[in-house]
Design a protein. Structure first.
Length: 396
């Protein structure tokens, strides 16, 4: 893409950013609504655990079918389908005040997100083969902004405007996704769409025999598990600690804390992505921040939630860049699908386990302990990234 005009490169970066935002706008609409869902649908902690685990479950289950769509129809068509399914599924969550329908529509929404995020690494590789780390940081920055906006605005702004209706809130957060779908359909350059086709052999099934995919999947799974489980259970944890007034602040801090780190990673991602020590540092700090949340009170919980978001972001960005760097253009989609399948299976399992452990022990601090241990998993597996340095990088 270096030979393309600057205006066209900027357009592609803007498209990547908006699509990245759509990966989390609808998913993170749920945490601020947890108290309302408890009251209206009578969901238990286990029920909330299942609700929060459904998106990562679909990110895992639908990643490989997403790779099949990419192989058969191309990255741009598959991405547009994913965006549309995301928007429709998200809006449908508010159509019926029934827990079963909420779960079913969440499944549809999660499938759409899974298709889109599976398409992003190969799209980055196709559009920006010489700037994979930077382009990954751009769409990840959009993803993180998409996490902050619904968490930060739902309670103080959106719900009051909607007279407290959680059903209409789901519809509101689907509108930007639909708008992005139309924008991408109109503005994606024809040349870029043409080169985003997977033609040779049309391979789509991940190589499950590659141990690197499993190790990277577990690293990504650990950071995803920390993030999703904390977002799901932090509101009730703070409420159990007697400070329900801090729920919005803590969730905003957790998600907003990722933004400064994402901007710092824009110039650093290329250099850090294959450096094991970077994963050791971020994993250890993630463990420390979760432990601090469990051991402190009041505003300190808000502070450490923000720090947790900050220190986990570099791991997310670095791991997301690896499939684009290590795989050939025809294999990026299936390597990504394999890594996502493993990683989001871990996130789903942890959310359900934390919810069950909370209900079983009635001790919030015990339930949060497995979340902290995920940071140590990142540390333990980080040395495997050394293998990346012995493989030919496509950036060179």
């Amino acid at each position: 893409m270096s030979a393309k005009p600057a205006g066209q490169r900027l357009l592609l970066f803007v498209l990547l950013w908006f699509v990245g935002a759509c990966l989390r706008l609808t998913v993170l609409a749920v945490p601020p609504l947890v108290p309302l869902l408890h009251a209206d649908l009578h969901l238990s902690e286990t029920g909330i655990g299942w609700l929060s685990s459904l998106p990562p479950m679909l990110f895992a289950v639908a990643a490989v079918p997403g790779a099949l769509l990419i192989a058969r129809f191309g990255m741009v068509p598959a991405l547009l389908v994913g965006l549309l399914v995301n928007a429709v599924g998200s809006a449908a969550r508010g159509a019926v005040g029934d827990a079963a329908f909420l779960y079913a529509s969440t499944i549809a929404m999660g499938a759409g997100v899974a298709i889109v995020q599976t398409a992003m690494p190969p799209l980055v590789r196709s559009w920006f083969p010489q700037r994979i780390g930077f382009a990954t940081s751009v769409y990840t920055n959009g993803l993180l902004v998409g996490e902050v906006i619904p968490v930060g605005l739902t309670i103080p702004l959106v719900l009051p405007l909607l007279h407290g209706s959680w059903r209409l809130d789901f519809v509101v957060w689907s509108v930007p996704v639909l708008a992005t779908t139309l924008l991408f359909a109109m503005c994606a350059p024809r040349g870029a769409a043409a080169t985003a086709r997977i033609i040779p052999n049309r391979r789509w099934w991940p190589d499950w025999r590659d141990p690197l995919i499993w190790r990277l999947g577990l690293i990504l799974g650990s950071i995803n598990a920390i993030y999703f489980a904390t977002n799901a259970f932090l509101p009730d944890y703070i409420t159990a600690a007697g400070r329900p007034d801090l729920v919005s602040s803590a969730l905003t801090a957790l998600n907003f804390g990722q933004l400064p780190a994402s901007f710092l990673m824009l110039p650093l991602a290329e250099r850090l992505v294959t450096r094991p020590w970077a994963y050791v540092v971020t994993g250890a700090l993630s463990f420390f921040c979760v432990a601090a949340i469990m051991l402190t009170k009041g505003l300190w919980i808000v502070f450490w939630a923000g720090m947790l978001g900050f220190v986990g972001t570099p791991t997310l960005i670095m791991v997301l860049a690896l499939p684009s760097i290590l795989s050939t253009p025809d294999d990026v989609h299936r390597s990504t699908a394999g890594m996502f399948t493993i990683s989001y299976s871990c996130a789903m399992a942890l959310s359900v386990f934390v919810g069950w452990l909370w209900d079983f022990t009635q001790l919030p601090i015990v339930a949060f302990s497995p979340i902290a241990l995920c940071g140590l998993v990142i540390v333990a597996l980080s040395s495997t990234v050394k293998r990346a340095d012995r493989r030919p990088l496509l950036l060179q």
